[in-house]
Design a protein around this ligand. Structure first.
Ligand SMILES: Nc1nc2c(c(=O)[nH]1)N[C@H]1C(S)=C(S)[C@@H](COP(=O)(O)OP(=O)(O)OC[C@H]3O[C@@H](n4cnc5c(=O)[nH]c(N)nc54)[C@H](O)[C@@H]3O)O[C@H]1N2
Ligand SMILES: Nc1nc2c(c(=O)[nH]1)N[C@H]1C(S)=C(S)[C@@H](COP(=O)(O)OP(=O)(O)OC[C@H]3O[C@@H](n4cnc5c(=O)[nH]c(N)nc54)[C@H](O)[C@@H]3O)O[C@H]1N2
Ligand SMILES: [Mo]
Length: 836
């Protein structure tokens, strides 16, 4: 989230696209409802009419995977009707920057495409640079070479009529939504899996960034692009070094092409180098010195040819490269796509540890119906884990709020908190490696890992916060002091921080995540729910990211305008440049590089200071900021999605229609799928005519191990099902409650049907497209059992983020005699919940 949960109360309009907020983010609804009571409008764009649609003012039914077509038309309408905030766009985005004149797109492919490698050479996606190596700027938005005009040209193909043909949303309704969203400010966007689980997931979200920058909705109270995170503490996990591709607060983990820290810095810039250096110092302590690159050389390096995330792990297991897998807080035998392949892959691993609350489908994969345990070589160890109320620690929510939690009860039996288990295993592994001279063991032997057994969680949070390893007089830091913020981190190894974005959460020894002060007084003064003394928010306790963009060139709060300069909403004071005090002040922490540098200095105008340009990017141009102090190094390198500097519509891998915009580029051109031929078949509409969309439901949680073991939840939602439109039920002779056989190119199963008007057939490109829905929450373990929907789904992923395309694949549906009759699935047949 760029904003935070309570801030939703201040929005005038909500675009909820790709999330079932009412069922999956119940607490968000509290703030959305408050806004709605004050007159805010809610737009819900979703293939299925659900509880979120039910509270919306406008519901638009979209075909899964067609969001870029719809949002492309919205962006086009905002530009052509002059609904964009011209002042904001000129000041705070790269709209006026001149793009290179050799950039373009033809037949769905941007310039620089290499057909063999499925990869782009991004050179032509850059700016025209001046002698100072900085982008040249146009004097008006009318300049045909400026980014704004490139954007306009790009989206000119996305007329409401074309968008209707692709997405199924009537052109008139697209116009109505665009106007409603553009004219009510501030407006916010909420999204989750409906937008990310696609092979165009990253570009889906880029549409949101572009739209919100055009409308001047970023950095403002009640605005923002808000990702509603899923698993408890998934935000915290991403902030740490838990993702395969990141270390220390969103810094790329090292690649084979970057053997030294200097190589890494060339690709990532000197700003990030400083943060990585502080992270390495946290990991290696006294062992990390300037002479040895602070231990950078000991880190494992990634091969550019491999995917180290979930689907890559499955491929590596299948290929026999994975010897040991430690599964912790995850149940991939239910939640990964293409499950028959996952099961085959797991059976090739030597040794698997599952650290769990339950014996899940993953722990027991060798007992799955239809498997022959004798043919499976994998040895599985199940470690009992403590649940959240049985351990203390810090949890980060979607808005970046870190809240300390206390243990309520002791873990049962031999169950232990995950942190204790990891600590224990690390110490024992280190003992085993003692005396080793093998270079690959150095990271373990040199690690600064000596936490106290008591108060372990708090000791880890202190390390994440960071400390001084030497006196730093300039910052008033004595050796051993816990740093009070990012500004105290040094680039020479005299400080450390395990995740720089968290620096300050344990300022000078005070655990701020334990704060529970609610400043009702401030609420009364400002009318704004912005509780800066309740727990602690990263970075630096800032609530609204990019809030510098809420001010004008003089650093004063800015109203929301349209292209002609008409004011649509008055300025809401949040931060501003105080001329007498000569510093940035406000009710939120100002998002500026230096609070004493005014708007007349270069630092005083970097509303998007984490990007190389310092401004918001309508087009994601390639660029390196040349202002580094270190010779030959960029200060910052622009992030550019690998599949294009602007979003372009591509069909899902399995789709019943051909790409209307450019039949020659049907799917995302950067996608490589199948990765493992034979194991990843692609179905066609001839055999599998219907689009399957999958998601969770209010009554169950993900793989369901926790919820399917709770009898009263099983009573509410007793078994898996397929929802289909009334038209399809009539065509196939299927009624609610009838058994149906659902099949895809990857697997099949028998479940009961729910025939409903919540699902409807759409007209896409002149033909009928029928969408069916299934929840993915069942498996063969627990009190309520049933087939796992992910047997059917496709394991193609977004080329940039790797997210699985579980929102769109093709299936066939036919009536089944009964669950046992047609398939050997009797052991999978649902047992109703009830109290057992
Ligand atoms: N009760 C409950 N709460 C949960 C969870 C749970 O399992 N149960 N899971 C948690 C987790 S891990 C997560 S990540 C979040 C997920 O939160 P959400 O993303 O809200 O969860 P989904 O149910 O996947 O909802 C996605 C919505 O997008 C729609 N959709 C599907 N495809 C498309 C598409 O192509 N375009 C558009 N515009 N919409 C589409 C679906 O119909 C659905 O309404 O919820 C969290 N909260
Ligand atoms: N078809 C389809 N598939 C999907 C999705 C979809 O929309 N459609 N959504 C995807 C999404 S967004 C997600 S997040 C994944 C979820 O995928 P998973 O993470 O595999 O699903 P969960 O059921 O949440 O698994 C969490 C496990 O952790 C255990 N657990 C809970 N607390 C603790 C603890 O403190 N310690 C330990 N060690 N274990 C604990 C629980 O018992 C549970 O088995 O599913 C994905 N799969
Ligand atoms: Mo999730």
């Amino acid at each position: 989230m760029t904003n935070h949960w309570a801030d939703l109360e201040h929005s005038k309009v909500f675009l909820i696209e790709g999330s079932n907020t009412a069922e999956n983010h119940v607490m968000a609804m509290k703030w959305i409802r408050k806004a709605q009571e004050k007159g805010a409008k809610i737009i819900h764009v979703d293939p299925r009419y659900n509880r979120t649609s039910d509270i919306a003012d406008v519901y638009a039914r979209i075909r899964p995977g067609a969001d870029i077509a719809f949002l492309g038309a919205v962006i086009r309408l905002v530009i052509e009707n002059g609904w964009y905030d011209a002042e904001y766009v000129k000041l705070h985005t790269n709209a006026l920057y001149l793009a290179r004149d050799d950039f373009g797109i033809a037949d769905g492919l941007f310039t620089g495409y290499d057909r063999e490698k499925h990869k782009y050479d991004m050179a032509s996606w850059g700016y025209q640079l001046g002698k100072d190596k900085k982008p040249k700027k146009a004097s008006s938005l009318e300049d045909p070479q400026c980014v704004f005009q490139k954007l306009r040209t790009h989206f000119s193909r996305y007329t409401p009529q074309v968008a209707e043909e692709i997405s199924g949303i009537p052109a008139k309704q697209i116009e109505e939504i665009a106007e409603l969203f553009a004219k009510n400010r501030p407006g916010t966007i909420l999204y989750a899996l409906g937008m990310t689980q696609h092979t165009v997931g990253v570009q889906n979200i880029r549409c949101y960034c572009i739209l919100q920058l055009l409308l001047g909705n970023i950095g403002k109270i009640g605005g923002g692009v808000n990702a509603l995170r899923g698993e408890p503490n998934v935000q915290g996990a991403c902030d740490m070094s838990v993702l395969a591709n990141y270390m220390f607060g969103y810094n790329d983990s090292p690649a084979l092409s970057q053997p030294t820290l200097a190589d890494w810095t060339k690709d990532n810039g000197t700003f990030n180098r400083k943060m990585v250096l502080n992270g390495l110092k946290a990991w290696f302590g006294e062992n990390g010195t300037a002479e040895n690159d602070f231990g950078y050389g000991w880190l494992p390096k990634r091969s550019g040819k491999k995917d180290y995330a979930t689907m890559g792990i499955v491929d590596a297991s299948y290929a026999g490269e994975m010897k040991l897998l430690w599964v912790l807080g995850q149940n991939p035998m239910v939640t990964n796509p293409n499950l028959n392949y996952v099961r085959e892959a797991l059976s090739k691993i030597d040794f698997m540890v599952v650290q769990e609350l339950w014996e899940t489908e993953t722990a027991a994969f060798w007992q799955a119906p239809g498997t022959d345990a004798k043919k499976i070589q994998t040895e599985v160890i199940l470690l009992p884990a403590a649940y959240f109320m049985e351990k203390e620690g810090c949890l980060s929510n979607s808005g970046g709020l870190l809240q300390w939690r206390y243990a309520g009860v002791k873990p049962p039996g031999q169950a232990r908190p995950d942190l204790d288990v990891i600590d224990e295993v690390f110490r024992r592994v280190r003992d085993l490696y003692k005396g080793s001279t093998d270079a690959k063991d150095a990271a373990i032997l040199k690690a600064n890992w000596n936490y106290p057994r008591e108060g372990l969680a708090e000791a880890v949070l202190q390390e994440i916060n960071g400390r001084a390893w030497k006196d730093v007089p300039a910052k008033n830091l004595k050796q051993g002091d816990l740093v009070a913020g990012i500004g105290e981190l040094q680039a020479d190894g005299s400080t450390s921080s395990g995740a720089w974005i968290y620096a300050g959460c344990f300022a000078r020894g005070k655990n701020l995540t334990k704060r529970r002060n609610f400043r009702a007084e401030r609420l009364k003064q400002t009318g704004l729910t912005l509780n800066s003394t309740y727990a602690w928010t990263w970075p630096g306790n800032m609530k609204i990211l990019y809030n510098r963009a809420s001010c004008d060139a003089d650093g004063q709060p800015m109203p929301a305008r349209d292209a002609k300069g008409n004011i649509l909403a008055a300025a809401v004071p949040m931060i501003q440049w105080d001329k007498t005090q000569k510093k940035w002040v406000g009710i939120d922490v100002p998002d500026v590089p230096d609070p004493t540098k005014g708007p007349d200095t270069p630092e005083g105008h970097q509303p998007f200071r984490m990007g190389a340009e310092g401004v918001g990017k309508l087009m994601a141009n390639t660029y390196e900021d040349p202002d580094a102090k270190e010779p030959g190094m960029p200060r910052d390198v622009a992030y550019v999605p690998k599949d294009g500097p602007l979003p372009e519509f591509y069909e899902p891998v399995e789709s019943p229609v051909s790409n209307l915009l450019h039949p020659g580029a049907q799917n995302n051109p950067c996608l490589k799928y199948p990765r493992v031929p034979g194991k990843q078949p692609i179905g066609t509409a001839k055999d599998f005519p219907y689009v399957l969309m999958t998601s969770s439901m209010a009554e169950h949680w993900c793989a369901g191990s926790t919820t399917r073991n709770i009898p009263w939840l099983n009573e509410l939602a007793p078994e898996p099902m397929i929802e289909m439109p009334v038209e399809l039920g009539a065509k196939l002779g299927i009624k609610t409650g009838d058994w149906t056989r659902v099949s895809s190119a990857r697997g099949e199963m028998v479940v009961k049907a729910v025939v409903t008007r919540r699902m409807q057939t759409l007209r896409i490109a002149g033909q009928e497209v029928t969408i069916v829905w299934m929840p993915y929450n069942w498996g063969f373990k627990g009190l309520s059992r049933g087939p796992s929907t992910n047997v059917l789904t496709i394991d193609a992923g977004d080329p940039g983020a790797g997210t699985q395309e579980t929102k769109a694949c093709l299936v066939n549906v036919v009536p089944a005699k009964d669950a046992a009759g047609e398939l050997a699935v009797s052991s999978l047949a649902p047992r109703s919940g009830g109290r057992r």
